[in-house]
Ligand binder design. Structure first.
Ligand code: HEC
Ligand code: HEC
Length: 305
């Protein structure tokens, strides 16, 4: 098995299982506050929201992530919006659950940096914070209950209220004719064979570049991150496979792909048609597909942003 260099998503030793004694609403609220709390990072400059802004598509708009001290990470930041719908977390699926995933950025020097001990000592000095944890979990801040609160918050970051959802619910006028044609193309071309289910993705691993060599076309040297699922399983057949990303809110999360190499949605759509399906698309088809993908933009509830 390959070394876990992508610490952002290295599987954690600690599996967060705690048993909260009070309601979900309180856990969501606590999780939201923790998600925005810079005390979770070594130099107290970065919160989860710095890289995953829930009011701006749930990501950071960068090619690859920037953590504490300006450290540049190896991979593009995926959105946290609707991440609760994914069958695993991170591009290569190395983190099985949202609870597990929370541990990764905390210990990753390219993200937040220093592990739990200093984070816990900072939070435990905050009497009000300690009291909130006690009320919910019957104990003060600890790695497992922080992970539980943040994951509970993340599970609430659903945006199933997009124009496309309204259209599916019977409001036929909420989708433009162009977007409706784009949806038909999306199905006809076979995009939906990989980008499937409620999230339009998030439930299988597929190779990037099935009908052509993605990395040769990209023209920059291969990185360890490019190995994808192989970094988790060590199996030859998993090289260059990534979790098929969900496409909800994709219009807000440029640049695209695990390496952030596609600057625009148009470019990502063209690359997909050529390399995943082997059917180059014309400008009209691209605009229709993009109009459909734009119709997947929903809204996070105000109190969660
Ligand atoms: C420095 C930027 C940065 C910070 C800070 C950060 N993340 Fe991430 N996050 C990333 C990157 C990059 C990935 C992808 C890592 C990979 O796939 O190897 C990621 C992946 C994720 C995923 C998986 C999403 C998916 O679709 O697979 C979730 C969930 C997540 N982060 C939540 C969090 C939480 C919670 C925090 C705070 C405790 C946090 N992140 C802090 C950059 C960041
Ligand atoms: C064989 C499976 C497969 C098919 C078919 C497929 N995709 Fe993808 N798609 C993927 C994978 C895997 C990725 C992630 C690749 C990467 O990041 O290296 C992806 C990424 C994307 C992205 C970028 C998402 C992001 O957040 O970075 C978009 C947009 C997209 N696909 C749209 C489409 C469209 C439109 C079609 C049809 C023309 C399509 N895909 C067909 C597997 C597929």
């Amino acid at each position: 098995m390959a070394a876990c260099v992508l610490l952002a998503c290295a599987p954690s030793q600690e599996s967060a299982q705690s048993s909260p004694t009070t309601g979900k609403e309180e856990r969501i609220e606590l999780g939201r506050d923790l998600f925005f709390d810079v005390r979770l990072s070594a130099d107290e400059t970065i919160s989860c929201a710095s890289c995953h802004d829930p009011s701006k598509g749930g990501d950071d708009g960068r090619v690859t992530a920037m953590g504490i001290g300006g450290a540049i990470g190896p991979i593009n930041t995926p959105t946290v919006l609707n991440a609760g719908l994914n069958f695993s977390q991170c591009w290569d699926g190395r983190s099985p659950t949202l609870e597990d995933q929370v541990h990764q950025p905390i210990g990753n020097p390219q993200e937040m940096g220093e592990g739990w001990d200093p984070v816990l000592s900072r939070l435990n000095q905050d009497a009000e914070m300690v009291e909130r944890f006690r009320e919910i979990y019957g104990e003060g801040p600890a790695a497992a209950n922080i992970a539980d609160a943040i994951a509970t918050y993340e599970k609430a970051l659903l945006t199933l209220n997009s124009p496309f959802d309204l259209y599916q619910g019977g409001e036929k006028e909420s989708l433009s004719p162009e977007a409706a044609r784009g949806f038909a193309e999306f199905q006809r071309l076979g995009c939906a064979s990989c980008h499937q289910g409620l999230a339009f993705g998030g439930n299988m691993y597929e190779r990037i570049g099935i009908m052509g060599d993605y990395f040769a076309l990209r023209g920059t040297p291969l990185t360890e991150a490019d190995l994808g699922r192989y970094n988790v399983t060590g199996r030859e057949e998993d090289k260059y496979k990534f979790k098929v990303p969900g496409l909800r809110n994709v219009a807000l999360t440029q640049p695209y792909f695990h390496d952030g190499s596609a600057a625009t949605l148009e470019e990502a759509v063209r690359t997909m048609a050529e390399l995943q399906i082997g059917l180059p698309v014309d400008d009209v088809q691209v605009s229709q597909l993009v109009a459909f993908l734009e119709s997947l933009t929903g809204v996070v509830e105000a109190e969660l942003r």
